[in-house]
Design a protein around this ligand. Structure first.
Ligand code: CO
Length: 279
């Protein structure tokens, strides 16, 4: 997780309450789904043992990405994917992240139809970007926004070379949980930048934003141990019993409830995972 910018709205130079309408109109055509959630791991082969072999996510592709200093893999998780990133050395950005924070959630990537157009929209709004032009990545043509632009969440945009084939993965990504000091403000920034619509919820301190068939759930940081930025993933298992049997065989440490399970991050490479029965 990235150190959050205290005044992300000011950093953006926008006031979501004023500009949300025009952004929504542009943004609704910009982002199609959560393409993947990136997880930094120490070693790819070791991470495969949990994510591919125990959780049973099908491996889509693996490649060496020299300009990012990583060996990376994409595994299918329903409409989205999980990206595992292992640093090639300690000096790369991902290597420094691993040294500083250990394994865990690193970034979220949104699938956009036209990354050039998306960057042009963001540029025109003076959004802070790491990449002002797309470059080749594992997910296609990609570009990163500065985490300051999204309240401490590192966001990647990607236009895939080909449409994702239906994957048949037994576990799908349902939502990404983000901790925020100010839930409404953070939700406003995400809506403004990407045109996400709010999903109706009971009045409460949380806000849910729809992203394709998935969602981002923004919760007060005090609910999640003071963490700001990405804190957890919710997944849905098509065959919950088989998954529990796989956890038993692998000795995966988790807290089991009725129809849902929470993994200890030590078992899932630093990621808080909530997995529920398919409904
Ligand atoms: Co990525």
């Amino acid at each position: 997780m990235i150190t959050p910018e205290p005044n992300c709205e000011r950093a953006l130079g926008i006031r979501p309450s004023v500009s949300a309408v025009s952004f929504d109109e542009e943004g609704s055509r910009v982002v199609r789904r959560i393409h993947h959630v990136g997880i930094v791991v120490r070693d790819l082969a070791e991470a495969y043992r949990f994510y591919r072999d125990t959780l049973s996510l099908p491996l889509v592709k693996e490649a060496l990405i020299r300009d990012q200093g990583v060996r990376a893999a994409l595994l299918a998780a329903g409409d989205s994917e999980i990206e595992l990133l292992a640093p090639l050395d300690a000096s790369s950005g991902v290597g420094r992240f691993l040294a500083r924070r250990g394994e865990g959630l690193h970034h979220v990537c949104f699938d956009t139809l036209d990354i050039h157009a998306a960057l042009a929209v963001l540029n025109a709004k003076h959004v802070e970007l790491i990449d002002t032009a797309p470059r080749p990545g594992l997910a296609g043509a990609i570009a990163f926004l500065h985490p300051k632009a999204c309240c401490g969440v590192l966001v990647e945009l990607a236009t895939p070379a080909e449409d994702a084939a239906s994957d048949g993965s037994p576990v799908r990504l349902k939502r990404l949980v983000v901790g925020a000091r100010d839930v409404k403000q953070t939700a406003g920034v995400f809506r403004s930048l990407f045109g996400f619509q709010e999903v109706a919820m009971n009045d409460g301190p949380r806000t849910m934003l729809a992203v394709g068939r998935g969602a981002i759930l923004i919760v007060p940081s005090e609910e999640v141990g003071g963490t700001e930025g990405m804190v957890a993933l919710s997944l849905v298992a098509l065959d919950f019993e088989s998954l529990m049997a796989a956890f038993d065989r692998a000795g995966t440490k988790c807290l089991r409830g009725t129809g849902e399970v929470t993994l200890e991050p030590a078992s899932s490479h630093g990621v808080h995972l909530h997995i529920s029965r398919y409904e």
